[in-house]
Design a protein around this ligand. Structure first.
Ligand code: SF4
Length: 66
């Protein structure tokens, strides 16, 4: 099992289906930025936020590799 000393590489399951990077319940962004919300000190997962999100509601979803 890889620890924190190895380069990060993971698949991100996501259900924000109106995000531009969303496809088939997975994130297809090349990198992600997650930040705390509210008072900037997360206490639970609800205090975190995907800052890479791009609203795809008014445009095409990610299509590369289709
Ligand atoms: S950028 Fe964030 S919100 Fe969008 S698909 Fe990826 S993890 Fe989900």
């Amino acid at each position: 099992m890889a620890g924190k000393d190895t380069a990060p590489s993971m698949q991100v399951k996501c259900h924000v289906d109106n995000c531009y990077y969303y496809k088939n319940s997975m994130c297809h962004a090349t990198s992600l930025e997650i930040n705390p919300t509210g008072d900037r000190k997360a206490q639970t997962s609800e205090g975190t936020c995907c800052s890479t999100f791009v609203n795809g509601s008014n445009g095409p979803h990610y299509t590369a590799g289709m």
